[in-house]
Design a protein. Structure first.
Length: 216
C-alpha cells in the first residue's frame, strides 16, 4: 500500500470526534467490553511477568512513555519494561533485530506481545482503542511530519493496540517502513467499520500464534 494514491483532502487534520458517530459509539462500547474483562483476566499474568522483570534486571516493572494520541494530544502509554534501565540514555531510536538494549525476559515478552497487556488500561481510559494506528513518540512524530507527506493525518483517529498496518507489515526499521505502514493506516481510516476491526483483531491473534517473532 502506498500513500501516493491518497490526496491531502482525503483526511482532515482534525476529524469529527468518533464518539458522535454510530460506529464510534459501537467501537468504544466494544473496546470496553473487551478491555475491562481482558485486563482482569490478564492481571495474574501481568503480576508474574512483572515479578520476572523485577528479579532479572534493575529498574521499574512498568515502562511509562509519552505518546501522541488523537488529534495530537499526548498521553502516557503503559507497558511492562523490556529494556535495560537507561537503555536510551544516548537518545531514542527504533528497535533493531537482536537489539542489545532488550533484556532476556523482555525478548520473551516481545515475541508474544505480552509486554503490551497493560495498555488495556490505556484503552479503558479512552486514550487508545483496540484497533487503530500505533501511537508514536512525540520526537519521532515531529520528524516524520516534516519528512512524510500526510503523516499527520493518522492522528485524526484514536491510536490502537493493533491495526491494519501492524498485521500487514513488520515493525518500523526505516523511513520506507513508516511510509508503507502509513498507507495501511490511511486505508483503514477510509473504510472504518466494526467488522473490519473484528477481522484485524482475529488476524492479530493468528499472527501472534503463527509468527511469534515480535515483528507484528
Amino acid at each position: 500500500m502506498s500513500t501516493k494514491s491518497l490526496s491531502s483532502t482525503d483526511f482532515p487534520v482534525r476529524a469529527r470526534p468518533a464518539r458522535f458517530t454510530l460506529y464510534g459509539r459501537l467501537k468504544r462500547g466494544f473496546d470496553l467490553c473487551v478491555a475491562v474483562p481482558g485486563l482482569l483476566l490478564a492481571a495474574p499474568l501481568i503480576f508474574l511477568l512483572g515479578a520476572a522483570v523485577k528479579l532479572t534486571s534493575r529498574g521499574p516493572v512498568f515502562y511509562r512513555q509519552e505518546r501522541v494520541g488523537l488529534n495530537g494530544k499526548p498521553f502516557v502509554l503503559i507497558k511492562l519494561r523490556t529494556m535495560y534501565e537507561d537503555a536510551e540514555a544516548d537518545g531514542p531510536r527504533w528497535c533493531e533485530e537482536a537489539d542489545c538494549r532488550i533484556t532476556p525476559v523482555g525478548r520473551f515478552m516481545r515475541r508474544l506481545h505480552l509486554d503490551e497487556l497493560p495498555q488495556l488500561l490505556n484503552v479503558i481510559r479512552g486514550e487508545m482503542a483496540l484497533v487503530g494506528p500505533r501511537p508514536e513518540r512525540p520526537c519521532f512524530v515531529q520528524d516524520l511530519k516534516r519528512t512524510i507527506p500526510l503523516y499527520e493525518r493518522r492522528l485524526a483517529v484514536k491510536p490502537g493496540l493493533t491495526g491494519l498496518a501492524q498485521i500487514r507489515h513488520h515493525s518500523d526499521r526505516s523511513i520506507e517502513d513508516v511510509q508503507t505502514k502509513l498507507g495501511y493506516d490511511l486505508e483503514y481510516m477510509k473504510r472504518p467499520s466494526l467488522w473490519l476491526d473484528l477481522q484485524i483483531l482475529a488476524r492479530t491473534v493468528v499472527e501472534v500464534i503463527v509468527r511469534p517473532d515480535g515483528s507484528l
